[in-house]
Design a protein around this ligand. Structure first.
Ligand code: PGA
Length: 244
């Protein structure tokens, strides 16, 4: 992967059809950058395809295909033109039973079906106050990357998302982010011998803090939730993050 910042918008379970229409009108006008990935609700993915930006899905099934009511497989997403998949977001880990084991299965299925997995890791507030950040990240990364080769790592993105920073408007200091991201990169090197891993930061990124965040050289881009729902703010963030 080249050395450019990647910006991923995670729309989560927001917006009904009419709002998606309005959103698309704005976003399709404002965002014409192929380093941007938008991850809408699966239901709306077809509306987002064939634009200048790329499209990701927010989750995939941990099974290949068959009798799994309500699930969407990696091959189904890929066959439609989806190129990325968010795996192991903390909301899924906390509310939908995505264990480290399931996450590893999903990562392998993503890679087998030409989807780029965006693997989310990060500590909770409790982990942070107990000084367990590195321990937690170590476990999440080690499991998620189990059986992956050095070559696989060229197609993997990690998002460091401290759980306490998601949707709270509180972000870590630049030096804390730098330490965590450097730790992740070193760990990936140890596990897979790959030394060019892409690691993004996510958690309350907005148009006000992005110019501060881009000063962290170790960070290869951002995963953005709330601010990606506002086309104006999202495109301002992209402008800063991609061009500077
Ligand atoms: P946020 O969400 O930007 O709203 O904090 C980030 C995420 O959940 O990926």
């Amino acid at each position: 992967m080249e050395n450019k910042r990647i910006i991923i918008g995670n729309l989560k379970m927001n917006m009904v059809a009419s709002e998606i229409n309005d959103y698309l009108k704005e976003v399709n006008k404002k965002i014409n950058n192929s380093d941007v990935v938008i991850c809408p609700s699966s239901l709306y993915i077809p509306y987002f395809l064939k634009q200048k930006y790329k499209v990701g899905i927010q989750n995939i099934a941990s099974a290949e295909n068959g009798a799994h009511t309500g699930e969407i497989s990696a091959s189904q997403a890929s066959s439609l033109g989806v190129e990325y998949v968010i795996i192991g977001h903390s909301e899924r880990r906390q509310m939908y039973g995505d264990t480290d084991l399931l996450i590893n299965k999903k990562v392998k299925l993503a890679l087998a079906n030409n989807l780029i997995p965006i693997i989310c890791v990060g500590e909770t507030n409790e982990d942070k106050v107990m000084f367990r950040t590195e321990k937690v990240i170590n476990k999440q990364i080690t499991y998620a990357l189990r059986d992956l080769s050095k070559e696989d790592m060229e197609k993997v993105i990690i998002a460091y998302e401290p759980v306490w920073a998601i949707g709270t408007n509180v972000i870590p200091t630049n030096s804390d982010i730098k330490n965590a991201v450097s730790y992740i990169k070193a760990l990936i090197n140890t596990i897979t011998q790959y030394n060019d891993a892409k690691v993004l930061y996510g958690g309350s990124v907005n148009k006000k803090n992005v110019s501060q965040l881009i000063k962290i050289n170790e960070v290869d881009g951002f995963l953005i939730g709330g601010a990606s729902l506002k086309p104006d703010e999202f495109s301002e963030i992209i402008e800063v993050a991609v061009s500077k």
